[in-house]
Design a protein around this ligand. Structure first.
Ligand code: CU
Length: 193
């Protein structure tokens, strides 16, 4: 009788213990699930964050590159590309040169030939101009810059073979001077009509 009772008791005890273990496991599983969901939510938030940052950067820089230096809002016009070199020759001293080959964009009556010294440019009113300035002064390796005050065009001082592009909107009629602050003899005109 006593052994019977003991057997029952121990069986009950074992069952009780087992039930405890199962509950624990269930709770553990629940917690694990909660943790998993938390982790995947965290990754979702991080992923969305990264996408947001990338999109914002793209929009900011993409649009900013269309904003001319003399304006605040993007201009949805294709820019005309003008290449101008800063150079030096024994005959002329410091000079700007237009691109060498073919007809030169932004210049009238060019029709090919060699590069023009301190070229005169003629732009259409309301056009967007991307000035690509390059220092090709292999004779003196001096620094050069390029400026048009009326259109807020100012490059930094470019060392030998450095280049900078400045985009401005030709939104004023008239004749304006471009120049290099380091070499006053380097200057030319742009006409906007
Ligand atoms: Cu110069």
């Amino acid at each position: 009788m006593i052994t019977d009772r003991l057997t029952w008791l121990s069986l009950a005890y074992i069952l009780y213990k087992l039930s405890l273990i199962t509950t624990k496991n269930k709770n553990k599983r629940k917690m694990q699930y909660a943790r998993d969901t938390k982790i995947s939510k965290k990754w979702l938030v991080i992923t969305i964050g990264i996408i947001g940052v990338v999109v914002t950067l793209g929009v900011t820089f993409g649009i900013r590159s269309l904003v001319p230096v003399n304006g605040n809002s993007p201009v949805l016009l294709p820019a005309e590309n003008i290449f101008i070199k800063a150079s030096h020759s024994m005959a002329n001293g410091y000079e700007y040169l237009s691109q060498a080959s073919g007809a030169v964009k932004g210049m009238r009556n060019t029709g090919g030939g060699g590069p023009h010294i301190d070229p005169k440019y003629v732009f259409n009113l309301g056009s967007l101009q991307a000035m690509h300035v390059i220092n090709e002064d292999y004779e003196t390796h001096s620094k050069h810059n390029f400026n048009i005050d009326e259109f807020n065009v100012h490059t930094r001082d470019l060392g030998y073979f450095e280049t900078q592009t400045i985009t401005f909107l030709a939104d004023k009629n008239g004749t304006f001077e471009y120049y290099c602050t380091i070499h006053p003899e380097m200057k030319g005109t742009i006409e906007i009509a």
